[in-house]
Design a protein around this ligand. Structure first.
Ligand code: ZN
Length: 444
């Protein structure tokens, strides 16, 4: 996926000049060094931006934006010369598709038994300890949490490089229908039968804020209560597949076994018009996604940034915008999961809400998508104490006037439709060909 296609630039806007392609060698973690104030958007005022990249030569020349590491600096973009020294598309794709992440099967998937037979209190304690060790060990890790700016900054810089060259405003297709400030979607991963019993507790709150939530259910771990799920659908909610039995092994099986499990699972939920998937414990890899796109039109298993040492260490696509994985739309999980905040970090309710608020405000600033995942199971958020925080969160997101608040499949459909739309120039005017909800916006 090119950056130009992300913005949906009109055909007459030429991409910036790129001097050389990156590639080869091992990934190094660089710090972005920005020396020209014009190349710093207001949302990159303080803090460092880290970027994993494969750079096989140290590059020549000076630049206002460079990649810095212990041994020296590699030029990235020079506004004076009007060129990129490294290919921005490659840099961005290697992060959104997580090429930087080590391709190892996690310990959890190698266990000879399903991890969920371990008592809940043991899992929670282990989860917390691993989080603690991980935070102490890795002060400088990628992606940064709870906000990582790398991909969205590179996309911004790409537009800025075109704007500086053409000395004008650049038209693009706004990210959401009618130019909405942001998109919001509320999802619930149901881990246990308990979560199914708690559905009504959540719906009572959601109805007050006119939220159509989506429920990702495991088909063969507990009785998913098809009757109740049908009632949810009648209310405008959506049902998502949360795989077959949630044993943490699906993404690491052979292709035949993967397909068997997915087929079996979708068969059980066939009356519910399931279009989307969320991987148990967000376990994913390229091989798995190649299979998954034969069954689902969208997925929501890639966090923008996640710290989950029990499963994958830190990982994520580092963007708060949807993207394509083959034929599938990926809706990144951008709001930190309740489980991480409660059992991984032991945050108080007030601290939890603060993290959510900070993240939503960042997403809104960039006009991105807030994908929320709150677990209805009693040991996570399906209890009176945590339901109060959940209600505060819904009240907060509902206060964003005119947000595109929809189910994940409606958002994925829009993203596909936006992708098929284009901007045409007619005389001095710009016009959108395609989805009538799409609006032209300008980058200055
Ligand atoms: Zn789950």
């Amino acid at each position: 996926m090119s950056i130009s296609n992300f913005w949906k630039l009109p055909g007459h806007v030429s991409p910036p000049k790129v001097e050389k392609k990156t590639g080869g060698g091992c990934y190094g973690l660089y710090e972005l060094c920005i020396e020209d104030a014009r190349l710093k958007p207001p949302w990159v005022r303080d803090g460092n931006i880290l970027l994993p990249a494969r750079v096989n030569s140290k590059g020549q020349g000076t630049a206002e934006v460079s990649l810095k590491e212990r041994k020296g600096q590699v030029p990235l973009y020079s506004s004076e010369e009007g060129k990129w020294f490294l290919d921005p598309d490659r840099l961005v794709n290697s992060v959104i598709y997580e090429d930087y992440f080590p391709k190892k099967t996690p310990l959890l998937a190698k266990l000879p038994f399903p991890y969920f037979i371990v008592p809940g209190w043991v899992k929670n304690r282990l989860y917390f300890l691993l989080h603690l060790m991980h935070r102490r060990r890795k002060k400088k890790s990628f992606p940064q949490w709870p906000i990582d700016k790398s991909v969205d900054y590179l996309r911004w810089l790409y537009m800025k490089s075109i704007a500086l060259k053409s000395c004008g405003k650049i038209p693009y297709i706004h990210f959401w229908p009618g130019g909405s400030e942001m998109a919001v979607t509320v999802t619930h991963d149901v881990e246990t039968a308990d979560g199914i019993k708690n559905i009504e507790l959540f719906r009572e709150i959601e109805r007050k804020y006119d939220i159509k939530s989506s429920w990702s259910v495991v088909s063969h771990k507990y009785n998913p209560n098809i009757g109740k799920l049908k009632e949810l659908k009648k209310e405008g909610c959506e049902i998502i597949s949360h795989a077959y039995n949630h044993d943490g092994k699906l993404a690491f099986l052979g292709e035949k076994a993967m397909r068997e499990r997915i087929t079996c699972s979708t068969q059980r939920l066939k009356e519910l018009d399931v279009k989307g998937f969320r991987a148990p414990m967000l376990q994913r890899n390229k091989r798995f996604f190649e299979v998954l796109q034969d069954y689902f039109s969208y997925d929501s298993s890639v966090p923008d940034t996640e710290t989950a040492p029990l499963v994958r260490s830190t990982s994520g696509c580092s963007t708060v915008f949807p993207f394509f994985i083959g034929k599938m739309v990926e809706l990144p999980l951008t709001v930190p999961q309740d489980q991480t905040l409660i059992h991984g970090m032991h945050l108080s309710n007030a601290e939890m809400f603060e993290v959510w608020k900070q993240k939503i405000s960042w997403i809104r600033r960039l006009n991105g998508i807030a994908v929320i995942d709150v677990h209805p199971d009693t040991y996570i958020s399906g209890n009176m104490d945590k339901l109060r925080v959940y209600e505060k969160l819904l009240k907060h997101v509902s206060s964003v006037k005119g947000a595109f608040n929809e189910t994940p499949s409606a958002i994925a459909d829009w993203w596909r439709s936006r992708d098929m739309s284009s901007i045409k120039k007619k005389g001095k005017e710009y016009k959108i060909i395609g989805d009538s909800r799409a609006k032209i916006a300008y980058f200055r």
